[in-house]
Design a protein around this ligand. Structure first.
Ligand code: NSS
Length: 429
């Protein structure tokens, strides 16, 4: 066991008047004639430390700058005026590095904070978001493994589009041209013939030219594929996953949600089943709220915001017109102009967080849909093969992890939900 404690651990009556050792960084510093106040941060929290003039390290403390790294030995005291109600009277101070003038001061522009992202991730806001994000990743794994799914991986270099050619990133692959994957899905559909219930957490890449609050060019995708399921049943899995993630985030990260000023009681009220509305009903809701759409209109960020503002729980939109979605979605045999697909939208204006549905499992229908979408069946030979050898009904979905984290933390922009965001004009640092 390390002799050093974490700040969160010592914010406790049982350590009052005890000698403790901490290490971390200087979050703020204030100096009076006879006393230096240092607010120290570590990964867990912040605490006020005081160094008095009679301390032999007083001069050292005066030279300390914001973000300097140090370790201290001191005695914990209760003090109502201090942040978190405790402070440490420093007895000994050891400095690792006196930081140069830290470029981040109050009231910096969003653009500047993105330029110095490697430093901004130390902020308390980013610290809280990253902890929520960490919980979301582990909760996704918990959910799927507890429910009998195998974790598998798919390649990132691919030869054909899954989600439309417009957002493919080309990569020179020796003398060939390949693309960065948009989704594991086509490979997942092959793997269910071996494992039946599978999931994956991996980055997906999309050359998104749209500058919206919800598009990244590299995002983390939690995807699931399952044999023997249809659209209705996969929606059930999606809502169970989302409820599980909300529950785990509230259990583990209430403090962080509160720091981010997220209304936790709003999240606590979310319960399955989620409302399921047909695409046409979604269009009607949009039109009642000031838009002017028709029954073939695509729903982008703006339209989804209007619709999702009318809900206080996540909800599904299903049965989109077949022209609006990727080739692999299964047309409803009772209504072939519409497909057995679903988008799960977060409320409060956030919009789509999951896209999923039932896959075409009949070979002829698949070839026809590939052609209708202007794609070449030759590029999908191995995928069509899956309909030749023991084809079965199956369904799946993909959750955009940053979209989910953005909503659960109620962040204004998707870039706040990932440590180093990638967008059309942002790939540094
Ligand atoms: O295009 S999707 O709606 N669907 C698929 O990729 C399916 N092949 C998934 C599957 O069934 N296995 O994307 C799924 C989700 C979508 O709902 C968003 O939450 C997220 O992936 N997504 C994104 N997040 C951030 N940035 C971008 N550009 C982005 N595109 C999709």
């Amino acid at each position: 066991m390390s002799e050093f404690k974490k700040i969160d651990e010592v914010l406790d009556k049982k350590y009052v008047d005890k000698v403790i050792k901490l290490r971390g960084w200087v979050y703020r510093k204030r100096e009076l004639k006879d006393i230096v106040f240092l607010i120290i941060r570590d990964s867990s929290n912040i605490i006020q430390c005081i160094v008095k003039k009679e301390n032999e390290d007083f001069e050292k403390a005066r030279k300390i700058t914001t973000e300097s790294s140090l370790e201290i030995l001191g005695v914990l005291k209760e003090d109502k005026r201090a942040p978190n109600g405790y402070e440490i009277e420093v007895k000994k101070l050891n400095v690792y590095n006196i930081a140069e003038r830290f470029p981040i001061t109050k009231d910096q522009s969003k653009e500047f904070l993105l330029d110095v992202r490697h430093l901004w991730i130390r902020s308390r806001k980013m610290n809280s978001v990253l902890k929520v994000r960490s919980t979301v990743f582990s909760a996704i794994r918990e959910f799927f493994t507890k429910n009998g799914y195998y974790e598998v991986q798919a390649p990132s270099f691919t030869k054909a589009a899954c989600e439309g050619g417009a957002t493919l990133f080309e990569v020179k692959y020796f003398d060939e041209k390949v693309y960065l994957t948009q989704s594991w899905q086509l490979y997942a559909e092959a793997m269910i013939f071996s494992l039946e219930k599978i999931f994956c957490i991996a980055p997906s890449f999309r050359a998104e030219k749209s500058r919206t609050r919800r598009h990244l060019t590299e995002f983390w995708h939690a995807e699931c594929e399952e044999a023997w399921k249809g659209n209705d049943e996969i929606m059930e899995t999606e809502e169970k996953l989302i409820c599980y993630l909300i529950k785990r985030v509230i259990e583990e990260r209430k403090k962080e949600l509160e720091f981010l000023k997220r209304d936790v009681t709003f999240l606590e009220k979310i319960k399955p089943p989620f409302p399921r509305i047909r695409y046409e009903e979604a269009i009607d809701i949009a039109n009642k709220n000031g838009l002017n759409l028709n029954y073939k209109s695509d729903l982008g960020a703006d339209e989804e915001r209007v619709i999702s503002n009318q809900f206080s729980t996540p909800f599904f939109i299903h049965h989109y017109p077949k022209e609006l979605k990727a080739f692999y979605h299964r047309p409803d045999p009772k209504d072939p102009e519409h497909i057995l697909c679903n988008d799960l939208l977060a409320p409060e204006g956030y919009g789509e967080i999951i896209g999923g549905g039932e896959r075409i499992w009949e070979k002829e229908v698949l070839i026809q849909r590939i052609k209708e979408q202007g794609l070449n069946p030759k590029d999908y030979e191995w995928y069509i093969d899956l309909r030749r050898y023991g084809s079965i009904p199956h369904a799946g979905f993909g959750l955009g992890i940053e979209r989910f984290v953005t909503w659960i933390c109620k962040l204004p922009h998707i870039m706040d939900s990932i440590p180093f965001p990638r967008t059309i004009n942002r790939f540094y640092p």
